[in-house]
Design a protein around this ligand. Structure first.
Ligand code: FAD
Length: 402
């Protein structure tokens, strides 16, 4: 019997989790991505200090799909025809699906600021963070000014990583947040807590003055103030990919609307997963939601193929773990906010567990990769902390912020 075909666009958290949950025996699955590798974005900030290497944050999609018995196509999806459930890769390859899963992730929001693409480093991929790492290394030798734009989770994690490695080097650090506090979507105590660290390490925090323009050597603010910058890092947050609207899956500058089963509101055999999806009650753009959505969609495709009714997606409430280099970590949940260096171990444990779950290679190869990641975590994270006894004694407490 012919297996139903499933085409998954995007091999990030949602797309890979979906593909891994579908059995090759029952479905002919094709995963398409412009990148060769899955990238673990929540830990890419660690590339800035060098505590992680690019290979530790990547999984080869070709190898992963081969292990699952699926097909991987590397290419840029240039259009999606929802009525036909057909996608075009590059200028001439076409793929038609019985079930189409769109898991394109998000683009970088630039808020119309001039010069973002040309004069600042993006913070959304392994390659971009590795480029920042190299620039930081050369600046730290002779001194220079680093400006991080965006004081949300990504900007604060980037700052923490720069402080981990370069806080005793001649770098002048500035973080700019358009709103009135750092981490504006977290409880106020968390922003204040990070601002206290910034004060201690002489980081210049600029709030309530959005960036208007970036040039090769300056960052210009709405007030007219100009800051000199040798390295400008842009962490603008997620924006809907243009392909969603171009394909008729969303209105211009919007995410794709989905039913509670994650089927597209207008096309029941097209599922939208991860950042690209907008539920009626929107949820945050987080990796753990993307993973759960990918698995839920795989289950719903199996139900539809078996003549059953799809089930609704129930978002799980997980806390956010914010790393601030080796200086601090913060756990933010609905009920409580905790801070303390030991919480960094929780973030590392989540990273190790999710990478191991997504890696379907034969157990011996997979075990080697897991051991490699643990060895690196011990050498780069654990030993440096344990060998500085005085700092360790000050830092090992976890305290409640709220
Ligand atoms: C710096 C940073 C820190 C973060 N920290 C956290 C955190 O601590 N905790 C947390 O839960 N979440 C965090 N997130 C958010 C999390 O990474 C996203 O929510 C998650 O990656 C979304 O998964 P996804 O599968 O929807 O998209 P992605 O993981 O972005 O995957 C999308 C995939 O689609 C591919 N693609 C896109 N367009 C095309 C096209 N036209 N053709 C072919 N392929 C295409 C991309 O190459 C990519 O592989 C962070 C994100 C960033 C950038």
């Amino acid at each position: 019997m012919m297996r139903p075909s499933v085409v998954i666009v995007g091999g990030g958290f949602a797309g890979l989790a979906c593909a891994n949950s579908l059995e090759a025996e029952h479905f002919a699955v094709t995963l398409i991505d412009r990148k060769a590798n899955f990238e673990f974005l929540p830990n890419i900030h660690e590339l800035l200090s060098g505590v992680k290497k690019p290979s530790q944050l990547r999984l080869s999609l070709k190898t992963a799909m081969r292990a699952a018995g699926h097909r991987f196509v590397r290419g840029d999806v240039t259009s999606i025809e929802p009525e036909e459930r057909r996608v075009k890769v590059g200028s001439e390859q076409h793929f038609k699906a019985d079930y189409l899963v769109v898991a394109l992730g998000s683009a970088d929001a630039d808020y119309g600021v001039i010069g973002v693409g040309k004069h600042s480093y993006g913070f959304k991929s392994v390659a971009q963070c590795q480029a920042i790492h190299q620039r930081l290394q050369s600046l730290s030798r002779d001194g220079g000014r680093v400006v991080i734009i965006g004081g949300g989770l990504e900007g604060v994690e980037a700052l923490g990583e720069v402080l981990r490695r370069y806080r005793h080097k001649p770098l002048q650090l500035t973080v700019i947040e358009a709103r009135s506090t750092l981490l504006p979507t977290a409880p106020a105590v968390v922003g204040k807590h990070i601002a206290d660290h910034c004060e201690k390490w002489e980081v210049n925090c600029v709030t309530c003055d959005p960036v208007a323009r970036i040039t090769a050597k300056t960052v210009q603010l709405s007030s007219g103030r100009r800051l000199r910058s040798d390295l400008t890092i842009w962490t603008g947050g997620p924006a809907p990919p243009a392909l969603l609207a171009d394909s008729g899956l969303a209105e211009a500058h919007h995410w794709a609307p989905v039913e509670n089963t994650l089927a597209h509101s207008s096309y029941p055999e097209i599922f939208i997963a991860g950042d690209a999806a907008e539920l009626e009650a929107p949820i945050s753009k987080q990796a753990y939601h993307a993973l759960d959505m990918g698995r839920c969609i795989a289950a719903n495709i199996q139900r539809l193929a078996g003549g059953k009714v799809p089930r609704r997606f129930k978002p799980s409430g997980k806390p956010t773990l914010l790393a601030f280099g080796d200086l601090d970590s913060v756990l933010i949940s609905d009920r409580v906010c905790l801070a303390g260096v030991p919480l960094a171990a929780a973030k590392e444990a989540v990273f190790a567990a999710v990478m191991a779950q997504l890696d379907l290679r034969a157990s011996k190869v997979k075990l080697n990769a897991v051991l490699g990641r643990s060895k690196q975590a011990t050498e780069q994270l654990l030993w440096p902390a344990l060998s500085n006894w005085r700092e360790l004694r000050q830092q090992t407490k976890v305290r409640k912020l709220t």
